[in-house]
Design a protein around this ligand. Sequence first.
Ligand code: OAD
Length: 245
Amino acid sequence: MNAIEEAVERIASATRVLILTGAGVSAESGVPTFRGGGTSTAWRGMPFEQLSSAEMVKRDLPLVWEWFDYRRSVVAGCEPNAGHKAIADAQISGRFQEFTLVTQNIDGLHRAAGSIDPIELHGNIHQARCLSCGHLASLSEIPNDERPPVCPECFDSMRPHVVLFFEGLNEDDLLAAYEKAARCEVCIVVGTSAVVYPANMIPQIAKREGATVVEVNPEETELSPLVDVSLRGTAGEVLPRLLGA
Ligand code: OAD
């Protein structure tokens, strides 16, 4: 039995499945990844980590909005690919008793493909959040020239609803992801370098609790030595074969 057949068999007999995705699942849609490849890591001469930081929100919120509006314009023309669709179809088919999608991506492409209630650990680039009361709003409801947007509830400024460098993740989301990781029988890890904490704990928890861990990535990662099945290919090629049964 080859690696993909082995993975398909394990998935076929599972009732609880968790999928963790990273930037690689959106690569075939044209969204640049963070690591690897020739991606630019600076904008207007400023390093990515400095722009996307909690410090910059305090120092220059309009600049942070400019940067995220730019990033939104990059993903605006991108469509979900066969990988996103295979994940959404597996959930919608209802063939698993429990199906959890956890993503580190902020691009919204899983929702666009039809995935229901993905846990978006790093937020969503299409939403704004009030600095004071935490109210969430879709940017489609806010005029493009209202920067920073004004909270309709308390009239304070809003920021992008995205986890920035030196910020913690939403605790409820993280706990929910950890609980599902501990319960799943198969954990499929797609398109992540698995170097960013705490998302990279998810497959480790799954493995520790006895799940089969399957990795889909054209390259080896820090996670590769831990996984049960490594599928070396792109999300768009591999996921339809893996989940299409
Ligand atoms: P990375 O850019 O670190 O890793 C992308 C991974 O995708 C690499 O391992 C590639 O080999 C793989 N890859 C590339 N093309 C692929 C394809 N077509 N199919 C499948 N895999 C492919 O992205 P993440 O691991 O998601 O956080 O990065 C984690 C976090 O680091 C991001 O969410 C972001 C960043 O700091 C925040 O912004 C908070």
